[in-house]
Unconditional design. Structure first.
Length: 72
């Protein structure tokens, strides 16, 4: 599999971002979409708001997002 790391940070406003990244948990790669906030020191910290998508569900989630995008 490819590298781990941040794909993109999307500004959500009010000191929050949506971070899209490839991460690893218990030896398994995941597509992680998570809300991060800015702490009092100005550093980003993760929240519990988000989802970790395993590779075997990626295509289904992508199709659902594309379908939702067509409705906007």
């Amino acid at each position: 599999m490819g590298e781990n790391g941040i794909i993109k940070d999307i500004d959500k406003g009010k000191g929050e971002i949506i971070r899209v990244e490839i991460s690893e948990f218990k030896g398994k790669k995941l597509l992680n979409l998570r809300v991060w906030y800015t702490d009092t020191n100005g550093e980003y910290k993760p929240t519990q708001k988000g989802i970790a998508i395993p590779p075997e569900l990626y295509e289904q989630v992508k199709e659902a997002i594309n379908s939702a995008g067509a409705m906007f």
